[in-house]
Design a protein around this ligand. Structure first.
Ligand code: SME
Length: 165
């Protein structure tokens, strides 16, 4: 197994990224279906990582071309149920299929606010082969907290998740 081998220390809490990835794999193995797996992954990340205040999925809508639709999430309800490719951070990540790390959302012109309390965001595409399946979207109410280690963890989770599709 490829190990990530790093820890994140936030708010005096040391989190092993490797153990989070292991727990994710257990969820993927044991959940009854994709929906249930994604809901549990949201709950796990929201509970274990102090700077993750909103954790959710946007999925490519097979019935509406070029649109993302809100999937399972944990956090405050959002008005952004559907997001066209190219719009907001999620839409830009869908268009480019690249991870976006935004450490000051208020400085972004192409950004959709979920809540005025959000300061940072990371969006990680879930890709299977050449197909974009969806995205992991995480908001933080703390400025400047999303780092390359968040990217590594979430990209590893996205790769595992893609296997379910
Ligand atoms: N901030 C995102 C919209 C999704 S909400 O944060 C849940 C964006 O700019 O695409």
């Amino acid at each position: 197994m490829k190990r990530l081998n790093f820890y994140c220390v936030m708010a005096d809490k040391e989190i092993s990224w490797d153990s989070l990835l292991e727990k994710t794999k257990t969820i993927l193995k044991e959940a009854a279906d994709r929906e249930e797996a994604m809901q549990h992954i949201c709950a796990l990340l929201h509970r274990e990582v102090p700077h993750y205040d909103w954790v959710g999925f946007y999925m490519v809508d097979p019935l509406a071309e070029g649109q993302l639709v809100l999937g399972p999430y944990v956090g405050e309800p959002t008005e952004h149920i559907r997001i066209p490719f190219g719009t907001g951070i999620c839409g830009q990540a869908a268009e480019t299929r690249e991870t976006f790390i935004i450490n000051n959302v208020k400085a972004e012109s192409n950004y959709l606010a979920c809540s005025p309390d959000v300061e940072s965001e990371i969006v990680v595409p879930i890709i299977k082969g050449k197909e974009l399946i969806g995205e992991i979207d995480i908001d933080s109410e703390t400025k400047g907290v999303m780092t390359d280690s968040d990217r590594k963890l979430l990209e590893a989770i996205a790769r595992e998740l893609a296997e379910l599709f």
